[in-house]
Design a protein around this ligand. Structure first.
Ligand code: SF4
Length: 347
């Protein structure tokens, strides 16, 4: 995979773009004005690997709360602003590490100018771009949606470039996967800025993760994308976990173990699904980048998962532990999971 070359920028202590690792983002679901509850959720996000968090800033109290929130967390905060430049100024004054806004939506151009000036002085990046659903119907109605997205995003970018600002990150989200991919492909060689990718409003965890994996997975494989958010109707930690699974699937990031588990079949001599769920839960607390297998039968399991660092395969009332395809020991079925846990701890 050859990665698109983008101009890196710093958001707090995180580098986005260039040759930096692709950054995983999420967004709080808490009321930003409730600083302590927001801190608690962001700490959970930090624990599950979130590297940048966005918070909604619907009013001045939310903007001010960013100062208190930042004291309780360690990852950079992006303030999500709609329409009102004064909230962007208040968020910057409260210490936001980044802004997400669409300059074209700012009713006051002088206000926008003051936001851009303060962001420049403080070296705070601005994410701009377009969400397909928010393009006005009268905007270039006769061309393909992906072209409308590109043109609208370029308009947003130009507004702040013309104010001599270039700490820019661009996102172009849509729910429709082919449209999103086309839009990112079309804009990718027109601007030098890092691209934030995702499929917007992707849905509940199952469908949303798959939709996001298809959309962001194809883009990442094409070398497009410097930060990613999986947008799910779920606790934001699920978004982060899904994002890492996508990045791990493409070999772009390593974080914690990868679990291989067979789908089970008529040859299974153990309840693979129940076992896999127990092992998956245990692996959530492990940081080592190992591969662990849970397989249903001794005949095929070790061979099918021969690249796993350690694995188990079921037998009749018993099971085996194997490493890199080689059987290490046989255990009674009731002791198999504990034995696997011990082997994982030793790796
Ligand atoms: Fe079936 Fe065994 Fe393969 Fe699992 S490992 S799918 S039980 S043959």
């Amino acid at each position: 995979m050859k990665r698109r070359v983008s101009t890196p920028l710093k958001l707090g202590n995180v580098t986005i773009g260039g040759s930096a690792p692709i950054v995983v983002q999420s967004m709080t679901t808490t009321d930003t004005r409730d600083a302590q509850t927001s801190i608690n959720q962001i700490r959970q996000l930090e624990d599950c690997g979130c590297e940048i968090v966005r918070v909604a800033v619907p009013d001045n109290d939310a903007a001010k709360a960013i100062a208190a929130i930042k004291k309780g967390i360690s990852i950079p905060v992006i303030a999500d602003i709609h329409f009102d430049y004064r909230l962007a100024l208040a968020a910057l004054q409260a210490g936001a590490d980044g802004l997400r806004l669409n300059p074209g939506n700012m009713q006051s151009k002088e206000g926008l100018r003051s936001v851009v000036a303060m962001a420049k002085e403080r070296e705070i990046p601005i994410r701009t771009g377009v969400n397909a659903g928010s393009i006005p119907a009268e905007f270039e109605p006769d061309i393909p949606q992906s072209d409308r997205m590109v043109h609208m995003a370029l308009n947003q970018v130009k507004l702040i470039e013309d104010m001599d600002f270039n700490l820019i990150k661009v996102a172009m989200k849509a729910f429709d996967v082919p449209t999103t991919i086309e839009a990112y492909q079309k804009i990718s060689d027109k601007i030098p800025y890092p691209l934030h990718i995702g499929i917007t409003e992707a849905g509940l965890p199952m469908a949303g993760s798959i939709r996001s994996a298809v959309g962001t997975g194809i883009l990442l494989y094409l070398g497009i994308g410097d930060t990613v958010r999986v947008s799910l109707s779920a606790h934001p930690c699920r978004e982060v976990e899904a994002a890492y699974e996508i990045l791990k699937s493409l070999g772009l990031r390593q974080r914690g173990p990868v679990m291989v588990s067979c789908p089970s079949c008529g040859r299974a001599e153990i309840d693979v699904i129940a076992l896999a769920e127990v092992v998956d839960k245990y692996l959530k607390g492990i940081e080592k980048p190992i591969k662990v297998a849970v397989m249903g039968c001794m005949v095929n399991g070790p061979g099918e998962a021969r690249d796993a660092d350690v694995g188990i395969a079921g037998g009749k009332g018993k099971g085996i532990i194997f490493k890199k395809g080689k059987i290490v020991k046989t255990w009674a079925e009731k002791d198999l999971v504990d034995a696997l846990k011990s082997e994982i701890d030793l790796l």
